[in-house]
Design a protein around this ligand. Structure first.
Ligand SMILES: [Zn+2]
Length: 300
C-alpha cells in the first residue's frame, strides 16, 4: 500500500544546508518538523536534513538519526506531542552530520547510541568531503556511538523486533539499515534519496555498485507492503524503492557501456545517460555530477 503523501520539492538549499556549518544556516525558526504515522507507533519526522524514524511505547522512545543539533528542541517537542520522551536508544544510519547532528544532545539526555563501527572510526578521525568543501573535525565523547557493530544486531523494544544491519559499502562505508519487522517499516538512510539524485560519498568508502547491491539486499528482505523511509525525501514503498534502484542501475549500465567503449568523461556527460530521469530528480545533485560520481567509481 502506498501511503498518500503530498509531493514535496527538495531544493539544493534544503539538503545542502544540513551539510554546512551552523553559522551559515538560516534561522531554524522557519523550519517546521512534521510527523507522519506509518504503522503502529512508528513515525517519520521530517523538516530539514535527514529523515528521522521514531518508535514510541512503554519501553520508551527509540530514534533513528537526527539532523543538525539546532533542530533538537523542535524534534523533541514533536516527539513529546506524539506521546514520547527523550530517546533511550538512538541508531545512526551513517556518519553524515545531517543524520548524526543530534548525537551529543540526545546522548546527554540519556540515550545509548548505536551505529556501524565505521561511523565511530570516521567520527573519531575526522574527515573531509571535497564535493561539498566540508572538513569534519575529529569528534569525541557523547558524539560517538556507544555500541559500534560490525555486521548487525537485533533490538527488542516496545514489543518490536528491530533489525539493525550493515549492507556493505553503499552511500558510505558505514551504512546501517533499521528494519522494524512487526510494523513493517524500514529506515534505509541515505542508501535512498527519494525523488532526488543521490550523493555518494566515494571519498569515505561509498560505492555505486555497492549501493545498488545494498538496495537489492534490502528489497529481498522487505515486501510490497513495507513503508520505506529514505534518508531524504518522502516516505514510499517497495515499488518506489525498486524504481529508484532500477533508475540507478540503468544509469550505471549506460555509463559502464560507454567506459567500455573508451569514451571520455566529457563524452559520456554529453551523451546524457540520465536524460529521462532528470525531470524531478535534479536539484541537490545535478545530473552531470551524478554521471561524474558513477564514472569516477567505475574507472580506476
Ligand atoms: Zn548522507
Amino acid at each position: 500500500m502506498k501511503t498518500a503523501i503530498p509531493k514535496i520539492v527538495i531544493s539544493a538549499a534544503l539538503v545542502l544546508s544540513v551539510l554546512l556549518p551552523t553559522s551559515l544556516l538560516a534561522q531554524t525558526d522557519e523550519i517546521t518538523i512534521s510527523a507522519q504515522q506509518l504503522a503502529g507507533n512508528v513515525y517519520m519526522l521530517s523538516g530539514r536534513g535527514g529523515n528521522i524514524g521514531v518508535l514510541i511505547g512503554e519501553d520508551g522512545t527509540l530514534q533513528v538519526d537526527h539532523p543538525n543539533a539546532e533542530l533538537y528542541p523542535k524534534t523533541a517537542e514533536k516527539i513529546k506531542e506524539l506521546g514520547g520522551g527523550p530517546a533511550r536508544i538512538l541508531v545512526n544510519t551513517h556518519y553524515h552530520l545531517d543524520h548524526t547532528g543530534g548525537n551529543e544532545l540526545i546522548s546527554q539526555s540519556g540515550a545509548v547510541t548505536i551505529a556501524h563501527e565505521n561511523v565511530r572510526k570516521r567520527q573519531m578521525s575526522g574527515n573531509s568531503i571535497a564535493y561539498f568543501q566540508i572538513q569534519h573535525p575529529p569528534l569525541s565523547g557523547q558524539w560517538l556511538p556507544d555500541i559500534a557493530f560490525e555486521i548487525g544486531l537485533t533490538l527488542h523494544f516496545n514489543g518490536e523486533e528491530i533489525e539493525v544491519y550493515h549492507v556493505g559499502p553503499a552511500h558510505t562505508d558505514g551504512d546501517a539499515v533499521v528494519y522494524f519487522k512487526n510494523a513493517n517499516v524500514v529506515h534505509v538512510g541515505d542508501i535512498f534519496f527519494n525523488e532526488i539524485y543521490p550523493f555518494i560519498d566515494l571519498e569515505n568508502g561509498g560505492n555505486f555498485e555497492g549501493l545498488i547491491k545494498a538496495i537489492d539486499d534490502i528489497l529481498a528482505k522487505i515486501n510490497e507492503n513495507t513503508h520505506v523511509i529514505p534518508g531524504h525525501g518522502p516516505v514510499t514503498d517497495y515499488a518506489g524503492f525498486k524504481a529508484y534502484r532500477d533508475m540507478l542501475a540503468t544509469i550505471m549500465n549506460r555509463v559502464q557501456g560507454m567506459v567500455d567503449d573508451g569514451r571520455s568523461l566529457e563524452e559520456i556527460i554529453a551523451a546524457k545517460p540520465t536524460v529521462e530521469f532528470d525531470e524531478g530528480n535534479q536539484g541537490f545533485i545535478p545530473a552531470d555530477d551524478l554521471v561524474k560520481f558513477v564514472y569516477d567509481d567505475l574507472t580506476p
